[in-house]
Design a protein around this ligand. Structure first.
Ligand code: GLU
Length: 506
């Protein structure tokens, strides 16, 4: 058994962005490949940004996509609880440890005071150069600090960064990143007002306690990594610090900047896995699931946004991805969100689907219209429609003519195909079809073709108007696939009506 343990640690601040889904996926692939564990931790220490329903949304999204959680929220495990708001007492202990060791200090500066300093000093940063002029346990005497706390004054605990040190982050994707500690500020680690740690402290404490071995997360967290390295050291955990891997950004389709929800709205693609309704504004956002995407297609598409396999293979099942995935082949530079490619993947997976499975989408539409059809025919119709659809919800559009007779006939096609001699040829064809007992594709095709040859009619002179009569326009699969699914009775009914109502063209 490997001891690889990774975590997906979203903050429940809204719908899970598709970039977050990719982070979850890469963590999952890495865990499975190494026979390790995938954890789900909810980082909800920022109560101002908490959005109800977001946690449930995250869990449902992962489930839909087949990203399985071994340990964490919704599953449990030996390090429970996995929701940070339920771990307050755990964090407080480490806050005290840092304070006792002189690695952190207490600060009383009010938001107004901080604002005043920012106005007074250009590019103000709370750090070694400024902390001496602020209201904190380094500038006040111990008695005053005690009495302020006893009086219930709010305070924060800040990390005490020593300036002038080269802090190294050894990233599995980016290599060594070195940052001078002088540019890191004395970040807030804890707030007495809600007795909660900030993201930085909670994240490090939990990664340590939950024995996380690899932190695989979005590039936006890279700037925090040096601070995290220092925190591990200050807490005495440098030896068991996880390895970092910061994933490249997802870029707009044109490659100019970070992919945003607005790009999706503008160009008509979802940036969320599932539909999402903002509980505050009521605003609805599209989701891949509701837009008719198959989870396998979304997984395949996302896997290749930032990672490339060793061959030029494009289609990967989850199991194949688990075998092939490697952090070595995750690129450093951002990945363009090629939405057209996403559609292409969905089409590929739709075509691979069993016709019987796709039949449910047609069945729903048929039921809604009270149309009866055999399961076999519905499956066959789905089989033809899937070649022409990118999404499951386009199947009906491609298959409805199998079940609903044309009410009108495409004008252009009528002009081109329904000639003076057509009604007579169609009437003869009607008689031929009427005599066929076995209406299977092969038999009907054989008999009709033979008849056309004997009569010396052109193939097109028969097939084109027949298609117009049965479908109403010039689309659809092979002619005798259509007659087979329609069956004899319906084929004859449609043909008869066409002969009666379609006007001839010179
Ligand atoms: N809670 C952070 C987020 O929402 C987690 C960052 C990390 O993985 O360390 O992305």
């Amino acid at each position: 058994m490997s001891n690889v343990r990774v975590r997906f640690a979203p903050s429940p601040t809204g719908a899970l962005h598709i970039g977050g889904v990719r982070t979850a996926l890469y963590n999952y692939l890495f865990a499975r490949q190494n026979g390790g564990k995938m954890l789900l931790r909810i980082e909800d220490t920022d109560s101002n940004r908490f959005v109800p329903g977001a946690e449930e949304y995250i869990i449902e999204s992962l489930k839909w996509l087949g990203i399985e959680i071994d340990e964490g929220v919704g599953v449990g495990g030996e390090h429970a609880p996995y929701r940070q708001s339920e771990r307050k007492d755990i964090y407080r202990k480490y806050v005290d440890q840092l304070l006792n060791d002189g690695k952190a200090y207490i600060a009383f500066d009010t938001p107004e005071q901080l604002e005043a300093k920012r106005n007074e000093i250009k590019n103000f940063q709370y750090d070694a150069t400024t902390r001496g002029m602020m209201t904190n346990s380094l500038t006040l005497d111990a008695e005053e600090v005690k009495s302020r706390i006893a009086n219930g004054e709010n305070y924060v605990v800040r990390i005490k960064i020593e300036p002038g040190e080269e802090v190294e982050v050894d990233d599995l994707i980016r290599g060594k990143v070195v940052i001078n500690s002088s540019i890191i500020d004395d970040k807030v680690l804890y707030k007495s007002a809600d007795n909660l740690p900030t993201y930085h402290l909670a994240n490090i404490v939990d990664d340590h306690l939950m024995e996380i071995t690899h932190v695989i997360r979005g590039e936006e967290w890279l700037p925090s990594a040096p601070l995290h390295v220092l925190l591990y050291r200050f807490l005495g955990w440098a030896d068991t610090m996880p390895r970092f891997a910061h994933l490249p950004l997802l870029l707009k389709p044109q490659g100019n900047g970070k992919l945003s929800k607005r790009d999706g709205d503008k160009l008509g693609f979802p940036v969320f896995p599932l539909e999402w309704t903002d509980p505050k504004t009521g605003e609805k956002s599209k989701g891949y699931r509701e837009e008719g995407y198959l989870p396998e297609a979304v997984i395949n598409f996302l896997a290749l946004l930032g990672w490339h396999p060793s061959s030029d293979q494009e289609m990967f099942t989850m199991d194949e991805l688990i075998k092939e995935f490697s952090l070595d082949r995750v690129s450093k530079s951002g990945a363009k969100f090629d939405f057209e490619k996403g559609k292409w993947f969905n089409h590929q997976y739709l075509e691979k689907k069993d016709n019987k499975d796709l039949a449910v989408y047609l069945k729903k539409e048929l039921d809604a219209r009270g149309i009866k059809a055999t399961d076999e025919n519905i499956a066959k119709a789905a089989g033809h429609a899937k070649a022409r659809a990118n999404f499951a919800n386009e199947l009906w559009e491609q298959a409805s003519f199998f079940f609903i007779a044309p009410e009108s006939y495409d004008e252009k096609t009528v002009k081109k195909r329904w000639k003076v001699e057509t009604p007579e040829i169609m009437s003869q064809l009607y008689t031929v079809l009427e005599k066929i007992e076995d209406f299977s594709l092969e038999n009907t095709e054989k008999i009709v073709t033979k008849w056309i040859e004997e009569k010396g009619y052109g193939m097109g002179a028969v097939m084109n108007p027949l298609r117009l009569a049965l479908v109403g326009e010039s689309k659809g699969p092979h002619m005798f696939d259509i007659t087979e699914i329609l069956g004899k009775e319906e084929t004859l009914r449609r043909l008869k009506k066409a002969i009666e109502v379609i006007p001839v063209s010179e």
